[in-house]
Design a protein around this ligand. Structure first.
Ligand SMILES: [Ca+2]
Ligand SMILES: [Ca+2]
Length: 276
């Protein structure tokens, strides 16, 4: 080692020594603490300390995993009865039942004069038939009745030919209606309209002599008539009977036409309408 190198080493040594002093003095000034002594030997081990105090209660842990499903519970009590439901639709008619057993044989009858009773029963049948016919007649006219001071007027809602209609009125004590003046004609026309009809037979015809119209009480047409325009025209050669339409107009038509008709009954004869 030359002289120059020896000088550099000496300076470096001095520098390091100076830095150590600086560090030691700075540590003592900053801590102001008494440094512990060196660790003792194993033979100098201290006594076991007292048991420490219990620790603080820990925080609530996170929720545990979902448990297994429990067993099925027992059935609950029966519920309250519900409200009565609406009435159901009518059911289909059932099949006929089986035929029942035959009844016991009847007792033998006694001999009698049956001819007499048969006659009575036969007469009852006739009366019942007439009663049914009369009831039917009344039903047909019950919808309405018109009257003047002297007469009743009844529309019969049974389709008949002219002669049948006339007979129908006569057997009950009347005849087909005879409109001989405007007032009566208008009343019958209103009656037809109110009954919802369009045409009815009236008691007028020219069956005896063509073109010479007569009422069914054998009186001729006089000052009053209510022919529709162009009528009577005897259009189908045999138009010998007369209908009235709802406007009150007359028209000659075939007597074999089957239509409703209007009867009239005189009041003078005390309840002229003969039921039976
Ligand atoms: Ca005629
Ligand atoms: Ca005519």
């Amino acid at each position: 080692m030359d002289k120059q190198q020896l000088k550099r080493c000496l300076l470096l040594f001095l520098l390091l020594l100076q830095m150590q002093n600086i560090f030691l003095s700075a540590e003592v000034c900053s801590n102001h603490m008494i440094l512990p002594g060196p660790k003792g030997n194993n033979s100098d081990e201290g006594q076991k300390g007292d048991e420490g105090e219990g620790g603080k209660q820990g925080k609530v842990g996170p929720p545990g995993p979902k448990g297994l499903a429990g067993e099925q519970g027992s059935p609950g009590d029966i519920g309250m009865m519900g409200k009565t439901g609406p009435i159901g639709a009518k059911g289909e008619k059932g099949n006929n039942g089986l035929t029942g057993p035959s009844g016991f044989k009847g007792k033998p009858g006694s001999t009698c004069d049956c001819g007499r009773y048969r006659k009575v029963v036969g007469q009852l049948d006739v009366n019942i038939g007439r009663l049914k016919s009369s009831v039917k007649f009344v039903k047909n006219v019950i919808a309405g009745i018109k009257e003047t001071d002297e007469k009743f007027y009844l529309i019969v809602k049974e389709g008949k030919k002219y002669n049948e209609a006339l007979t129908h009125c006569k057997v009950r004590g009347g005849t087909l209606a005879l409109p001989k003046d405007m007032e009566t004609n208008s009343m019958i026309a209103d009656y037809i309209t109110q009954a919802g009809l369009t045409r009815v037979f009236i008691g007028l015809h020219d069956t005896d002599k063509e073109g010479q119209f007569m009422y069914t009480d054998n009186t001729p047409l006089q000052n009053y008539s209510s022919w529709r325009p162009g009528e009577p025209n005897n259009g189908f050669i045999n138009e010998d009977c007369v209908e009235m339409v709802s406007t009150g107009g007359w028209n000659d038509v075939e007597c074999d036409l089957t239509i409703y008709f209007v009867c009239e009954f005189l009041k003078k004869k005390r309840n002229t309408l003969t039921i039976l």
